[in-house]
Design a binder for this molecule. Structure first.
Ligand SMILES: Nc1ncnc2c1ncn2[C@@H]1O[C@H](COP(=O)(O)OP(=O)(O)OP(=O)(O)O)[C@@H](O)[C@H]1O
Length: 303
């Protein structure tokens, strides 16, 4: 497994990563989420060894990552870096050869990835002529072409249409199923929510929450319930400690501590039949809002 132990990093006198620790398990798709400037790219660059930490270390299966181990990683950097004039399949073949594959092996891998990512019709096109979304798919292919042991992908889903999101999701899930630790950042919380086994939430350079999707839902969710009753639920607005989020006749969604929610149910039953009373599980977007609430914008603070 990939582990970060107390990573800190400053730029000038600005601390942008503060004691960042988390684990990306083998076979686990781990989503790395945080607002703009939270520190995701900096963390990923440190994992890859592109940037040195000022404190802490990165280990793989307990052993520190040292120079020359870059080939163990498949990295998709935020700044996309393919040669614009090269044909797609030729480019991927070239990258595989750089990693030591023989000509035949490199071509086979490049062609297989082009097909897996739905780019067969574009295989002979220069990279620069591909649409943004297809360039993005090509970047994913480039990160995978040397069959890396660990994947670290910065925003692999940005700019993809829903079909391409599915394709890339599928490819990452396959890699995880084969036992690779997969870490990816994304601002698309719905995608992260669908795809991830584990989550790391970072804000202001600090890890604010880690855990499985289910753990976070249990730990950070506000207690929301939906109630559907015969009569009008307008009275709910007057119940202390209740915040009504939605109200339409007999149907309401509200937030309240657990004991108050039970009181609401009893009160509703006293007024007539209740057809449904359902605890609502928080979405990742709601958890994210909860966890990073009131976070100052690092770049604003620096000004
Ligand atoms: N080379 C650098 N020199 C100075 N400051 C930097 C450098 N790289 C990053 N930073 C600062 O570090 C902070 C974290 O940036 P980082 O790119 O890691 O955030 P991020 O979470 O990836 O953001 P985004 O989601 O916007 O890509 C930001 O305030 C950024 O301005």
């Amino acid at each position: 497994m990939l582990e970060l132990h107390g990573i800190s990093r400053s730029f000038g006198d600005r601390l942008v990563l503060d004691d960042v620790s988390f684990t990306v398990g083998r076979g686990r798709l781990t989503g790395f989420v945080g607002g703009n400037g939270a520190g995701k790219t900096t963390t990923m660059r440190i994992i890859l060894g592109v940037l040195a930490p000022h404190a802490g270390q990165v280990t793989i299966d307990g052993a520190p990552v040292v120079g020359g181990q870059r080939a163990r990683f498949g990295y998709m950097p935020e700044e996309r870096g393919l040669y614009p004039k090269m044909q797609l399949v030729e480019h991927l073949t070239y990258l595989a050869r750089l990693h030591g594959f023989d000509k035949q092996g490199a071509t086979t891998r490049a062609e297989a990835l082009v097909e897996r990512l739905g780019l067969t019709a574009r295989a002979k096109d220069p990279v620069e002529s591909l649409s943004l979304g297809n360039q993005q798919r090509a970047q994913v292919a480039a990160a995978l072409v040397h069959d890396p042991e660990i994947l670290v992908l910065d925003e692999p889903f940005s700019g993809l249409d829903p079909l391409a999101v599915e394709v890339v999701q599928g490819v990452l899930a396959e890699r995880a199923a084969q036992g690779a630790p997969v870490l990816f950042s994304s601002h698309q919380l719905d995608v992260v929510e669908r795809l991830c086994d584990d989550l790391v939430i970072i804000a202001g350079g600090e890890v604010r929450a880690t855990g499985t999707r289910e753990e976070l839902r249990t730990r950070y969710g506000t207690a929301r319930h939906e109630i559907v009753a015969d009569g009008d639920m307008g009275w709910l607005r007057d119940v202390p400690q209740v915040r009504v989020d939605e109200l339409a006749g007999g149907s309401a969604v509200f937030e309240a501590p657990q004991d108050v929610a039970q009181h609401v149910l009893t009160a509703a039953l006293a007024r007539g039949p209740v057809h449904a009373f359902t605890p609502l599980r928080p979405t990742l977007a709601e958890i994210f809002r909860d966890v990073v609430a009131d976070e100052p914008d690092l770049e604003e603070v620096a000004r």
